[in-house]
Design a protein around this ligand. Structure first.
Ligand code: OSB
Ligand code: MG
Length: 369
């Protein structure tokens, strides 16, 4: 296929509720959508999961826009691409900027699947026709409110509850949740809010039979996590620390992690995500698909990836209505009794809802071969 035209839309969508993590609160979601067109007029879609501020990682939507316009798009426009696995090779001279790279690579995967009359899930080698879904719940000022929120999602059927923790909002919160929900798979995500000085505190979480603790220590660490894992029974799951298959291999060899949260953007695209999946499967580590408060386009990519066999644990791929009054795809992503039915239409399997998309588009940038 030859990429003839790329359009980037700068989007602004209001989330239904604010979402608070140990690094801050988000309610307005600014992000990029990218549409790539081939020589036959097919369209593929990708989403940049970078936030407007560099608090999860160093990328932002503006750094992604810069990388895309000035470096990445010129490397793919007019090029003959046989398979999306070749895209990372085209980008090999550009360091990091994984979320920017993933935005184009995702659109090219969608295009490739559509041209070959396959679902994106099939193009990736996925097998499932439905996926299990968990939910990620932000920090609530009052624990009573958190419990009410959790209860609502448990009643909706979500298969696993993840809550955000931070210093001062951790052991007692988890104790109370475990008391209220003795049989629900529960986990905590610290988004790097702790250090090894907190080992004694973190060890107290072992009493609550958590499925895992996600990224307790620094976002660039894999050494201290190994030290911590030796002292905790709760499995550690790395999120922020893992950007590639190589990072995964090193963290697994060091014993820093027993489970990997795979986010397509964080690892630079679906090709690398699949490599991490395959490696973890070979090593006997389960993986699951994380979320970045995506619109329907990014959500659709996450769903397709989750059909691979080693996505054993429920992901953060909640339905569209979790965050959005109106999503940018049709149909919207629906969760029923904790499952999403994998769409059967070619490519990402959902159509862009241009009426909604136009409403949330702040600016459009067009590039031609
Ligand atoms: O660490 O997984 C995370 C949201 C924003 C930034 C980081 C994270 C999250 C989530 C929400 O946990 C996942 C989602 O529902 O999309
Ligand atoms: Mg996380």
């Amino acid at each position: 296929m030859i990429i003839q035209e790329i359009t980037i839309r700068k989007m602004k969508m209001m989330m239904k509720h604010p979402f608070t993590t140990s690094f801050g609160t988000m309610q307005e979601k600014d992000f990029l959508l990218l549409e790539a067109k081939d020589e036959l007029g097919n369209s593929g879609w990708g989403e940049s999961v970078a936030f407007s501020a560099p608090w999860y990682n160093e990328e932002t939507l503006e750094t992604n826009l810069h990388m895309l316009q000035d470096f990445l798009i010129p490397l793919v426009l007019g090029k003959e691409i046989g398979h999306p696995d070749e895209v990372s090779g085209l980008f090999s001279a550009i360091r990091k900027n994984n979320m920017a790279k993933s935005t184009i690579e995702g659109a090219i995967w969608d295009l490739y699947a559509k041209r070959n009359k396959m679902t994106l899930a099939q193009a990736l080698g996925g097998e499932r026709d439905k996926i299990e879904v968990g939910i990620s719940i932000g920090i609530h000022e009052r624990v009573e409110d958190l419990i009410a929120t959790v209860r609502g999602f448990v009643e909706e059927g979500y298969k696993r509850i993840k809550v955000k923790i931070k210093p001062g909002y951790d052991v007692e919160v988890m104790r109370e949740l475990r008391k209220q929900f003795p049989d629900v798979p529960l986990m905590a995500d610290a988004n790097s809010a702790y250090t090894l000085n907190d080992v004694e505190l973190l060890k107290q979480l072992d009493a609550f039979d958590l499925t895992m603790i996600e990224q307790p220590l620094a976002s660039d660490d894999i050494i201290d996590h190994a030290t911590l894992q030796k002292q905790m029974t709760t499995p550690i799951c790395l999120d922020e620390s893992i950007h590639s298959l190589e990072d995964t291999r090193k963290a697994v060899e060091l014993g820093s992690t027993k489970i990997i949260n795979i986010k397509i953007g964080r690892v630079g695209g679906l090709t690398e995500a699949k490599k991490i999946h395959d490696y973890c499967m070979e090593k006997g580590l389960p993986v699951w698909c994380g979320g970045m408060l995506e619109s329907g386009i990014g959500r659709a990519h996450n769903i397709a990836l989750t059909t691979l066999p080693n996505f054993i644990l429920p992901g953060d791929t909640a339905g569209s209505s979790r965050y959005w009054e109106e999503d940018v795809i049709t149909p919207e992503v629906v969760v029923e009794d904790g499952y999403i039915t994998v769409p059967t239409a070619y490519g990402i399997g959902y159509e862009p809802n241009f009426r909604a998309m136009d409403k949330f588009t702040v600016e459009t940038y067009r590039f031609k071969a």
